[in-house]
Design a binder for this molecule. Structure first.
Ligand SMILES: [Zn+2]
Length: 138
């Protein structure tokens, strides 16, 4: 196993032991086109998360990215993913801001005051997962 640059520099094209399903053949072609359009360095490959300046993955950056461009079309992969149904439904509710946060319950004339029980700020899904400083230490 070599770097991406080493694999791409080989004269013979990449082959697979088994034939790729038709839907993956298109993905493979797109991947090759993406690699060809990229300038590769000769050094060792590294993994870097583009949504953070330091290159390290964070749930916060992923959430911000997903919630920015969330549409039904963008979310179809989550529905197709082999994860428990309750996780799919929870993710769908999170992206659409339909989780039963205190502010959502209040906006539907339910009980409560819309405030976080831990810190007293407005309780939204964003606050529950990323904003509540007390929840981080609870
Ligand atoms: Zn809070």
């Amino acid at each position: 196993m070599g770097s991406v640059a080493q694999v791409c520099s080989r004269v013979e094209p990449m082959r697979f032991r088994r034939q790729l399903p038709l839907d993956l053949t298109g993905d493979h072609g797109e991947l090759l086109a993406l690699i060809e359009s990229t300038t590769l360095s000769q050094g060792q490959d590294t993994v870097s998360w583009l949504l953070e300046e330091n290159g390290n993955y964070s749930v916060k950056s992923m959430y911000a990215r997903l919630s920015r461009g969330a549409t039904i079309a963008h979310f179809k992969d989550v529905w197709a993913a082999k994860i428990p149904l309750k996780i799919r439904i929870f993710s769908w509710q999170l992206v659409l801001d339909r989780l039963p946060s205190s502010s959502n319950i209040l906006s539907r004339h339910g009980p409560g005051n819309g405030k976080c029980a831990l810190c007293g700020e407005l309780e939204t899904a964003d606050h529950i997962f990323f904003g509540c400083s007390l929840a981080r230490f609870a």
